[in-house]
Design a protein around this ligand. Structure first.
Ligand SMILES: [Zn+2]
Ligand SMILES: [Zn+2]
Length: 323
């Protein structure tokens, strides 16, 4: 069975055969936590259905125990590969990266009672209407905990109020991502989590306008909150992913250029191909160091690296609804 090479899923790899990106149909496991292990290509999904391939793979420690039941899959058809053609032709600007201060980008450890999980990145901002800084990250970095607690954060769940996850998350420990040994470089704590009634998880990438989580910062000493940009960046504008590349933070900003921007999505092409792993929740910033988005996903296509983010107009909308 040959996949249709005119339809693809730029942001997803097959966790069984490694097809990247996935061409043709994509099957996303809705039982497993969201992430690189939750997608299969059409051929591998067929093998799972025939019993020729095991899902979840036995070495996947994050895979949900569905109580002995088979995992459920949702099928996506894909988008035409031609839509990405213009994305290759937007030029990179010749601009130096903005300065990134210690205490802006963090490694969060999410705690629920005695359980805790390290997941992705977070960052600290000054937000309109809030007296203390806020920690922002992508909601999906907590998906393992969300699934474990049995919370349904899909956009289709009409009963969802936004209070379900804040009720079980007891706090967030913050660590300095740029320290030589970040696990012992505490930057304090955040919490409680804000109630964002319209945050949700299951929109197909790159529609990432619901993928946000926010926390009040309890003790902002040692932190360097950044400003939010007034609006989302335009196509052609240079932006940078603020993350930690190389041990000891030899590089703090990875250059990109915006290739698509609309109400629900912000897509960019990186100026380099080798990126640090697990940067979901890291900030995208403009040339002035202001936050333009929350990093949500990435993918490789024709030897270029792309990313997508939840942009600042949506960050502002969610924070204005916060309670
Ligand atoms: Zn496959
Ligand atoms: Zn699964």
């Amino acid at each position: 069975m040959e996949p249709d090479h005119n339809l693809f899923h730029l942001w997803n790899n097959c966790n069984a055969c490694g097809m990247s990106p996935i061409f043709g149909k994509r099957y996303e496991c809705v039982t497993c936590p969201l992430g690189p292990d939750s997608d299969l290509c059409g051929a591998c999904h067929e093998k799972v259905m025939q019993g020729e391939l095991k899902h979840p793979p036995p070495d996947n420690r994050l895979a949900s125990d569905a109580g002995g039941e088979a995992h459920r899959f949702r099928c996506y058809e894909g988008t035409p590969t031609g839509e990405a053609e213009p994305w290759f032709h937007v030029p990179h600007a010749m601009l130096a990266a903005p300065n990134i201060a210690d205490g802006f980008v963090v490694r969060p450890e999410f705690c629920s009672g005695f359980e805790s999980t390290f997941a992705g990145y977070g960052f600290v901002v000054k937000a309109p209407g809030f007296e203390t800084p806020l920690l922002l990250t992508a909601l999906h970095v907590m998906d393992e905990m969300i699934k474990k607690k049995g919370i349904d954060m899909s956009g289709g769940n009409g009963a969802y109020t936004g209070r379900e996850l804040p009720a079980v998350l007891t706090g967030v420990n913050l660590y300095n991502v740029y320290a030589a040994n970040w696990m012992i470089a505490s930057l304090g704590e955040a919490g409680p989590m804000l109630v964002l009634p319209e945050a949700n998880l299951d929109a197909p990438e790159p529609l990432s306008d619901g993928d946000i989580a926010a926390f009040r910062v309890a003790n902002p000493q040692g932190l360097a909150p950044a400003e939010l940009a007034p609006g989302p960046p335009r196509v052609g504008q240079p932006i940078w992913l603020a993350a930690c590349k190389g041990n000891g933070a030899t590089q703090r900003a990875i250059k990109a250029v915006v290739v698509k921007q609309d109400e629900r999505s912000l897509v960019f092409r990186y100026a380099e191909n080798k990126l640090p792993p697990f940067t979901s929740g890291a900030p995208l910033i403009d040339a002035q160091g202001r936050v333009v988005g929350i990093n949500v996903g990435g993918g490789d296509y024709r030897e270029q690296r792309f990313g997508h983010a939840n942009h600042v107009a949506n960050i502002r909308r969610h924070l204005a609804q916060a309670c």
